[in-house]
Every structure is written in C-alpha cells, then in structure tokens.
Ligand binder design. Structure first.
Ligand code: SF4
Length: 228
C-alpha cells in the first residue's frame, strides 16, 4: 500500500510508542493550566502540518505542553508559535500572522512544518531514544514531499534529528556540518539546509532571536527558492 501524508498523520495521532511521553501528554491534558482550564486539550501526538507541494520544510523540536498538546497543531497557541507564524507570514509562507487553533483558518503556502518528536515532553526534552522512535514520521514526510528545496531547522536538537533521519535514509550528509544561527549548508540535489535559533521564549524573550534576525534567515531561504 502506498504511503501518503494523510496516513502519516493518522499513524502519528494513534502512536503509543513512548509510554513516558504518552502518559505525560494525557496528564497535562487532564490537569490543564489555569488560563486554559475551560478548554479541551488535544492530548495526543501532534502531526506535521502544511502544504503537500511545499518547497520549504521547517523542522522543530516537539509540541509544547499547553501549545501544540492543547491545540493539536504544531506551533499553535503559544508564544513560540506566535513568533514563528509572524515570521512565516512576513515571508509569505503563512496566510495569517498568528496561530491560535486548528480552526483559525491558518494555511501554509510552500511550507510544511514537522517536529522531530510529536509528543510534548516533560521540560521540553525528549530522550534520544524517544526521538529515534519518532523519526519514522519525519522520514515518511521527507519521502512524501517531492518538491522540497530548503530545510529550515529550528535549533541544534532539530538539526541533529534531521541529520540522523537523513543518514538513516542513506543520503550522504556533508562533513563538518555545524549549527549556527544563519548557517547554510548544501545537501546536494539542489536542497539547502538553513539553521536558526529555536523560536522558544528562552531565545525570543532574551533577544537571542529577534524578528529581524529570524527574517534574515527566511530571506536567505527565499533567495534560494527564487533561484529555482
Ligand atoms: S513521540 Fe513520536 S514515537 Fe513517541 S509516542 Fe509520540 S508520536 Fe509516537
């Protein structure tokens, strides 16, 4: 049976491979946080989201406990999502500057977002074993997005997860490929890898990552895509 993005999405949502993460997500969904106590949390693994003809793949870390784990969509309903989608909107990849909920009308254009772990982890830290178990989904999406020309990794852990996925598929990974905000690496076959600090509050509240410095990375992505 041939694979497709809808099947990946369905498999992600049903996944129970990581007992620690599944237990944590359900517990967070049950106990909630005061400001969202009237909302029903998603509480399940969160699938990738975006345009099936995307040329840009954005790779994040994992859903947030009260963001993606509540809303059921990646980078939705939290400050990280606010920052990311505002930037994607300025660059023309998102139809709206905010990401509030699954029914907010948000559409990604030429862009697909996928985290390296699909369940919200305690302290935002999935274990290496959990990320390895989850990599199958990124591998399948990578194979099912035929037009990809650019990959934007948000943070070092996303970079490591993405490169591990590439190695597992047998694709050669250039030597000495290092993380740095604004770094660009050629992956061969016309595909380029772009690195950015993660859009978490730890970076955006401290000024380590600003709208301007994020826009500069997205401008590099757009210049690459414009070259065809
Ligand atoms: S992190 Fe990934 S592999 Fe683990 S339970 Fe969630 S969806 Fe499944």
């Amino acid at each position: 049976m041939s694979d497709n993005l809808a099947r990946v999405c369905r498999d992600v949502v049903r996944c129970e491979r990581c007992p620690r993460l599944r237990e944590w997500c359900r517990e967070v969904a049950r106990t909630k946080v005061k400001r969202f106590r009237d909302q029903e949390y998603w509480g399940r693994p969160v699938p990738g989201f975006g345009d099936p003809r995307a040329r840009l793949l954005v790779v994040g870390l994992a859903p947030a406990a009260h963001g993606g784990n509540r809303a059921g969509r990646v980078f939705t309903g939290d400050r990280s999502g606010d920052f990311l989608f505002a930037g994607l909107h300025r660059a023309g990849f998102a139809s709206r500057p905010e990401s509030i909920g699954r029914d907010d009308g948000q559409e990604l254009r030429d862009c697909y977002i996928a985290p390296v772990a699909r369940c919200a982890p305690p302290a935002n830290k999935p274990t290496p074993e959990e990320m390895a178990l989850c990599r199958e989904y990124l591998t399948r999406e990578w194979a099912l997005l035929p037009d990809l020309r650019a990959v934007l990794v948000l943070g070092r852990i996303a970079l490591d997860g993405f490169l591990a996925m590439l190695r597992e598929t047998g694709r050669p990974v250039p030597r000495g490929l290092a993380f740095g905000h604004g770094a660009v690496h050629d992956l061969g076959g016309g595909v380029r890898l772009f690195c950015s600090f993660h859009v978490s509050q730890q970076n955006t509240f401290t000024g380590r990552l600003t709208p301007r410095s994020f826009d500069a990375v997205l401008a590099k992505v757009k210049r690459h895509l414009a070259r065809g």
